[in-house]
Structure formats: structure tokens, C-alpha cells
Design a protein around this ligand. Structure first.
Ligand SMILES: Nc1ncnc2c1ncn2[C@@H]1O[C@H](COP(=O)(O)OP(=O)(O)O)[C@@H](O)[C@H]1O
Ligand SMILES: [Mg+2]
Length: 298
């Protein structure tokens, strides 16, 4: 089945751990067009996995709406969610999570058995899928006899077994070297172009992200920026520089605070206090100036 539109509106997810509340998503909105491949990048803990799990029907939203084609995912009850997960979405995870005792072909067959596809149809489909991911000659290999990249290609085939129109890939290259990462991403691009699947790929690697036409940056549970493939590398460098500047400012603030405490406790003389405070302030001002130059409002 060809891809479906995905519409996400004001999505909120709050995790409660005893008395502690974590706001993983804070009113996130985005749209993906049918047949589009988009990347989502963002720092660790920014809500990428939470977002994919809600879109994939593996987790429930606290508030907001996810619509995939005609299906309002956020309104589905458990039995409907099971059906949704089997037919509409295919999930590819970071960790190579094939069943170790089953061959590549058997791993691809599992989702079809779950859906009740007859044996004769399954065999034909396995052949087709192995060919799509370039692993025809690996059908009877177990995961440990395959490279990480090959295992992830089997995972792509398994995610497509029931011809899901939407594929969700959560850091699919996270455990791969750059060569294998590129091969796996190339297969996702191929599946998107040739079969018209809608694909959302989450990654922290800008060089992987740029395989998509459109890259969205998520920060603190909301989409902060939309980038093109050529912008993403430059932008990510700037972002990591900005993060460094911010970390340095935090450090100086802590030092200023400590200096005040030391002065109150009589550990530094008045002269020393004034001198040190001034020099810390100077560093702080130049860091803030640099942040302003980078377009950040402090
Ligand atoms: N099951 C959970 N219980 C409690 N907090 C969670 C759970 N899953 C994720 N979180 C928190 O939600 C935030 C977003 O996590 P996640 O979506 O995994 O981010 P990412 O995939 O971008 O690294 C983090 O602060 C994380 O600690
Ligand atoms: Mg994650």
C-alpha cells in the first residue's frame, strides 16, 4: 500500500514516575505528506522516541491528536491499536531486534503469521521482500550470521511484510558504522521512492538526516526548526557551538555565585572579590555577545 498523510496536532505526553512528572512532548505539531520521507533530529531526551511510539500506536498520548490517513490513532482502543500496528505502521528500532533463533526469512514471516496470511502467500512475499532489501542470498542466515547492516535491512523487510503504508525508523543506524549506516539509509530511500511509503526517520546524525528532503529539529518536546538537506550540516554545527556557549555561561554563573558565597564567608578580601567579579563578568559579556551574534536571544 502507498503512503498515507500524517497529521499531528498539539501532541502532549507526560510521564509520571511517582511524584515526578516528565513532559516529553509539549504541544508538538507537524505534518508529513503521503509518500514523503522526513528526518527528525534533536538532542537526546528531546522526545523523538516518544513521538514515534505514539504515532506507531505503542504508547498513548496525554493530549493532542495523531491522524494517519483516515485513522485517528489517538482515539483508538486497544484491540484497534493491535490491528493498526499490524497493518498500517511498520516500526524499525535502533537496537538490532530480530529473533536470534529464527532465520532472516522466518523473522520476515512473523508479522504475516500474526496477521493470518496463508503460507503460500507468505513464501512469495518473503522472496519479494528479501529482493527489495538486497538479501536474497541471506534468506536462511540467522541474525548472528549477518552484519549489523544486514540485520537492519531484514528489520526493514519485516516492517514492510504486511505492506504497511507508513514506516517509522527510530535511530535505525544508531548501532552501525558509517558504511553500513549509508547502505541502510539508501534502502529506506529506495523503499520511499519506489514503493511510495511514508517514512519518518529519527536520527541524531545530521549526515544520515540529510537523506530526507525535509528535516525537522525537535527540542524539548516541540518542533523548533525545519531544515533542508544542505542546511542541516551547517545548522547542526552551529547548534553544537551554541550548546557549548550556553554550557560555558552556566559555568561562569556558578563561579560568580561561589565567589559571592566566599566573600560573605570572609574567604576573599574586598579587593580580590571586586577584581575576580569583574573578570568573570567580562568573560560572561563576551560569551553573551557571541550568542547574540549567533542569533540567540538571551
Ligand atoms: N517510559 C518513560 N517513563 C518516564 N520518562 C520517560 C519514559 N520514556 C521517556 N521518558 C522521558 O521523556 C523524555 C523524552 O524521551 P525520549 O522520547 O526517549 O527522547 P529521545 O528519543 O529524543 O532521546 C526524556 O526526558 C525521557 O527521560
Ligand atoms: Mg530515542
Amino acid at each position: 500500500m502507498k503512503g498515507l498523510d500524517i497529521k499531528i496536532r498539539d501532541l502532549v505526553k507526560v510521564y509520571r514516575l511517582g511524584k515526578i512528572e516528565v513532559q516529553a512532548l509539549r504541544g508538538l505539531s507537524m505534518e508529513v505528506k503521503a509518500g514523503e520521507l522526513i528526518s527528525i533530529i534533536g538532542p537526546s531526551g528531546s522526545g523523538k522516541t516518544t513521538l514515534l511510539n505514539i504515532v506507531g500506536g505503542l504508547d498513548q498520548a496525554t493530549a493532542g491528536k495523531v491522524q494517519v490517513g483516515e485513522t485517528e490513532v489517538t482515539a483508538l482502543l486497544t484491540p484497534q491499536l493491535v490491528d493498526y500496528r499490524r497493518k498500517i505502521v511498520g516500526h524499525i528500532f535502533q537496537t538490532l531486534n530480530l529473533i536470534p533463533t529464527l532465520t532472516a526469512a522466518e523473522n520476515i514471516e512473523l508479522p504475516m503469521i500474526a496477521l493470518g496470511v496463508p503460507r503460500s502467500k507468505r513464501a512469495e512475499r518473503i522472496r519479494e521482500l528479501l529482493e527489495i532489501v538486497g538479501l536474497t542470498d541471506r534468506a536462511h542466515h540467522k541474525p548472528e550470521e549477518l552484519s549489523g547492516g544486514e540485520q537492519q535491512r531484514v528489520a526493514i523487510a519485516a516492517a514492510m511484510a504486511n505492506d504497511a503504508p507508513v514506516l517509522l525508523a527510530d535511530e535505525p543506524t544508531g548501532e552501525l558504522d558509517t558504511v553500513n549506516a549509508k547502505i541502510v539509509v539508501d534502502y529506506l530511500v529506495k523503499v520511499n521512492r519506489e514503493l511510495g511509503k511514508t517514512i519518518i526517520m529519527v536520527t541524531h546524525d545530521p549526515s544520515v538526516a540529510r537523506a530526507a528532503n525535509r528535516i525537522l529539529r525537535i527540542e524539548d518536546g516541540v518542533i523548533k526548526m525545519a531544515l533542508t538537506p544542505s542546511e542541516v550540516i551547517v545548522e547542526e554545527k552551529a547548534v553544537s557551538y551554541i550548546d557549548q556557549l550556553r554550557a560555558r555561561i552556566k559555568e561562569i554563573n556558578a563561579q560568580l555565585h561561589q565567589l559571592d558565597e566566599d566573600f560573605k564567608a570572609g574567604k576573599v578580601t574586598g579587593d580580590e572579590y571586586v577584581q575576580k567579579r569583574q573578570s568573570l563578568k567580562q568573560i560572561m559579556d563576551s560569551l553573551k555577545e557571541e550568542l547574540h551574534r549567533m542569533g540567540v536571544v538571551t
